[in-house]
Design a binder for this molecule. Structure first.
Ligand SMILES: Nc1ncnc2c1ncn2[C@@H]1O[C@H](COP(=O)(O)OP(=O)(O)OP(=O)(O)O)[C@@H](O)[C@H]1O
Ligand SMILES: [Mg+2]
Length: 333
């Protein structure tokens, strides 16, 4: 079972450039969270800070009772081993074949025999659908395969926390859909704590339990998916609905004159679109941290837009979910 990560008052700057300030959030153990934000708002910097590759100016990152942001080198090395990271470009070694790339962390960080390593590497390659591609070099395979190889490598040390930096960038919509399903299935299986940075609105709307949004050097909001998807906060609304209307412009922030012009033209952001059902694991599985659809909305007395929780096949998940739970329980019995 994954561990909780509590970020408290985290601030990071490079020289005089403040990247973000006073970021506080909790990644619940075993849950899937997504972090959104316009380009350049420091999402990758945030992931690198979480894993201890960058040191923050202020604040704390609590994991298992230790403050990763303020511990000594030995402890940091130990805490880092809880993480698996899928970097933006896969970060594979170009001269090593996929097998050796994926075996690398095991050879580097453990004293396992080559036979044990083989068993682990092959099982992770099978998990991400790369069996048969062991001897391929990263340059010889597609971007989607490189992502999956990066994911396999992030998994070999059995991480409790997995950070994904734009796992879906550069993938076609079909591959993105497969990757999202893989991420959800993986979470159901290993129950680690996931944080995904993405620009893909569909991923953000359907995959996570919680969503956060970085904008103008601060974390605008972090909370359950249904809370963000039903939010009236202009930046959240604009971002999650991929609209031009709102505070975010091409160069991150619109200036006052642009915003005034928009207001004068009487544009309004329009009605909120329906909240889609959350992507479920394949094969009647239920993730341990999964909440039934509508949980947050009901608890907070928020009525979702018409057509919420209906999937592309027309099934209403408010009715479908209890049925799935029964099928799941029957499967266990
Ligand atoms: N090592 C570094 N030294 C100095 N500045 C840096 C460093 N790393 C990142 N930055 C700056 O921090 C800011 C945030 O960068 P970051 O890569 O985290 O953005 P991002 O939100 O991941 O963007 P994108 O969505 O395009 O990937 C940028 O202005 C970048 O120039
Ligand atoms: Mg980035």
């Amino acid at each position: 079972m994954g561990v909780e990560v509590v970020v408290d008052g985290l601030t990071k700057s490079f020289g005089r450039q403040v990247i973000w300030e006073d970021v506080s959030l909790t990644l619940p153990a075993g849950e899937i969270s997504v972090l959104l934000g316009p380009s350049g708002t420091g999402k990758s910097v945030f992931l690198k800070t979480l894993v201890g590759l960058l040191r923050p100016d202020r604040g704390h990152i609590w994991i298992d009772g230790y403050d990763l942001a303020n511990c000594n080198e030995n402890k940091l090395y130990e805490l880092r081993r809880l993480f698996g990271v899928l970097f933006q470009d896969g970060a594979l070694f170009g001269s090593l074949n996929l097998y050796d790339n994926i075996a690398f962390p095991l050879r580097e960080h453990t004293k396992r025999t080559e036979a044990q390593i083989r068993q682990i590497v092959m099982s992770k390659m099978e998990l991400v659908g790369l069996l048969g591609a062991e001897s391929k070099l990263p340059g010889e395979i597609s971007g989607g395969m490189r992502k999956r190889a990066g994911l396999a490598r992030a998994l070999v040390l059995d991480p409790e926390i997995i950070l994904f930096d734009e796992p879906d960038s550069g993938l076609d919509p079909v591959r993105t859909a497969y990757l999202n399903q893989l991420i959800v299935d993986l979470n159901a299986e290993i129950e680690a704590t996931f944080l995904i940075v993405t620009h893909d609105i569909n991923t953000a709307r359907t995959v996570p339990d919680s969503i956060g949004l970085l904008f103008r050097r601060e974390l605008v909001m972090f909370g359950q998916r249904e809370m963000l998807l039903s939010s009236d906060e202009p930046v959240v609304r604009q971002f999650l609905n991929a609209r031009k209307h709102g505070p975010i412009g091409m160069s991150e922030e619109k200036d006052v004159s642009e915003l005034e012009a928009e207001a004068q033209m009487g544009q309004d952001p329009g009605a909120l679109p329906p909240i889609p059902p959350q992507l479920m694991p394949s094969g009647n599985k239920i993730r341990r941290t999964q909440q039934p659809p509508g949980t947050w909305l009901a608890a907070n007395g928020v009525i979702p837009p018409q057509g919420s929780f209906v999937d592309e096949r027309g099934r209403n998940w408010l009715e479908e979910y209890p049925r799935l739970i029964n099928a799941h329980l029957n499967g266990i019995r």
